[in-house]
Design a protein around this ligand. Structure first.
Ligand SMILES: CC(C)(COP(=O)(O)OP(=O)(O)OC[C@H]1O[C@@H](n2cnc3c(N)ncnc32)[C@H](O)[C@@H]1OP(=O)(O)O)[C@@H](O)C(=O)NCCC(=O)NCCS
Length: 172
């Protein structure tokens, strides 16, 4: 069972022996880039769709974060994911009341989750199917993201709302 041979983990990536990386059962691919870090008690689970999971170079997933493959999860490079975040790239179907939701499969894809390069996601955040986090944005602790966050924006809350832009300290 499974399709683990399609997974690719770069030689320089560090995966804690206490992380759980399940085997793909739907042909989904896991790709972990150079110098990525996956901490203890991170769980990568192939459920709720046939999307791939891509974790870019130098991207950090801290302890307790769970990634559900669903309709696909793409994390760019130099992304920082703090502890206990959930990437929920799938939704249960619930259109019928006479059938338990557990037997109704999943809703159509909203496009999966895309996190571009150099994003910081604070602790305890939940990212939903269709979330797009553009380059350089920040998500404050305990936020829920379902839509698109602008490049270099700072966003907090549930639902996550824009609070201000990151400064550009580059100078003249
Ligand atoms: C978002 C964050 C980065 C601060 O950004 P900031 O632009 O400096 O924001 P400020 O502190 O000026 O706060 C702006 C407003 O957002 C509110 N706010 C800040 N963080 C918030 C959060 N996580 N949830 C809800 N509201 C928050 C502030 O109370 C403030 O509200 P006000 O304008 O009504 O007073 C920080 O608050 C945060 O959440 N950091 C995550 C820390 C973390 O998870 N670390 C894990 C280890 S990496």
């Amino acid at each position: 069972m499974g399709d683990a041979v399609s997974n690719h983990i770069a030689a320089s990536a560090r995966i804690s022996p206490l992380a759980l990386i399940e085997e793909s059962t739907r042909g989904s691919r896991l790709d972990v880039g150079e110098l990525a870090f996956i901490d203890a008690f991170v769980a990568i689970k192939f459920v709720g769709g046939s999307g791939d999971i891509t974790i870019g170079a130098e991207t950090y997933l801290n302890a307790g974060t769970v990634v559900y493959s669903g309709n696909g999860v793409t994390l760019g490079s130099c992304v920082m994911v703090a502890a206990n975040c959930t990437f929920a790239a799938t939704n249960h179907a619930f259109a019928r009341r006479d059938v338990p939701m557990i037997r109704q499969r999943f809703q159509p894809s909203r496009g999966g989750i895309l996190v571009e390069d150099d994003v910081w996601i604070g602790a305890n955040c939940v990212l939903l199917d269709g979330a797009i986090l553009r380059r350089g944005c920040i998500v404050g602790a305990n936020s829920v993201v379902s839509g698109e966050l602008a490049p270099f924006s700072i966003n907090v809350g549930s639902p996550a709302r824009f609070v201000r832009w990151r400064p550009d300290g580059a100078g003249p």
